[in-house]
Design a binder for this molecule. Structure first.
Ligand SMILES: [Zn+2]
Length: 269
């Protein structure tokens, strides 16, 4: 396996107009983003990372309204989708400010220091993630950067099928659709499910229909594959895998090749 360096990108191809409308509605909903700040307000986490566009600094409003503390960590080049590597911007229009936001000054200082030192353990703890998932991240991050595959390898399998709990479906996060904002150590991890339930409860208080619609999309079978550093997420209506509803194409990080047949299955709590 070798590292593949592509400029980050994310693209989506729709094969069904109804699902297209649904996905556009879901991805434009601010609650998916705002719930991450609500977790700080309610004490489930100390901090969060955000990207602030200097020309459209909407996120500053949330920071000031909540008396959060913040520190710009790095100016980075704008990208679409999901990126693990930061590039330098060429102009202001091209810039995002990668920023730490915390509940208090002391946490901000610890969090920012952990970021500059690459201390993933402290960062994960302050983001409120389960310990098993932090250990999993620390173990696999440097080698893989995208941890869907190692997580699938730790998950329940039957023949060529890997089961996933829809609450832990992070395979659509490239277009911003997910409940949990982190990589679970397996797609059945009880601690990650508990964290997902907390997030869903907060979202339901504000918009329960949104949660149902999100879960509906996250409960669809997926073929998750990678070849030559291109990740492909094919989302199907049912497990006959006949016709995809939509396909996400996302820049990956390694030459590693795999193809996973992912079937949704709810875990009991
Ligand atoms: Zn876990």
């Amino acid at each position: 396996m070798s590292r593949v360096e592509l400029m980050p990108f994310s693209s989506i191809i729709f094969f069904d107009n109804k699902i297209k409308e649904k996905i556009i509605n879901l991805t434009s909903n601010k609650l998916l983003y705002e719930v991450e700040f609500e977790l700080i307000r309610r004490g489930y986490r100390k901090c969060n990372f955000i990207h602030i566009d200097p020309l459209r600094p909407d996120a500053m409003k949330i920071i000031f309204e909540n008396n959060f503390h913040y520190q710009v960590l790095q100016s980075i080049k704008k990208y679409s989708g999901f990126a693990h590597t930061h590039y330098s911007p060429n102009s202001l229009e091209d810039t995002l400010m990668f920023t730490a936001v915390c509940s208090d000054k002391e946490s901000l200082s610890i969090f920012a220091n952990a970021y500059f030192k690459g201390d993933h353990k402290t960062i994960g703890e302050m983001l409120g993630y389960p310990k098993c998932d932090i250990d999993f991240f620390v173990k696999y991050w440097n080698e893989h950067l995208d941890l869907v595959y190692p997580s699938a390898m730790n998950s329940t399998k039957e023949g060529d099928v890997v089961y996933f709990d829809p609450r832990l479906n992070i395979m659509l996060r490239y277009i911003g659709l997910r409940i949990i904002p982190h990589f679970p150590c397996s797609f059945q991890c009880p601690n990650a499910i508990k964290f997902a339930e907390t997030i869903m409860d907060i979202m339901r208080e504000k918009d329960s229909k949104l949660v149902d619609e999100l879960l509906d999309v996250l409960s669809k079978p997926v073929i998750f594959s990678q070849v030559n550093g291109i990740i492909q997420v094919e989302v199907y209506e049912d497990k006959s895998f006949t016709k995809p509803l939509f396909i996400i194409i996302q820049s990956g990080y390694s030459s590693e090749e795999y193809r996973l047949k992912m079937i949704p299955r709810w875990e009991n709590e």
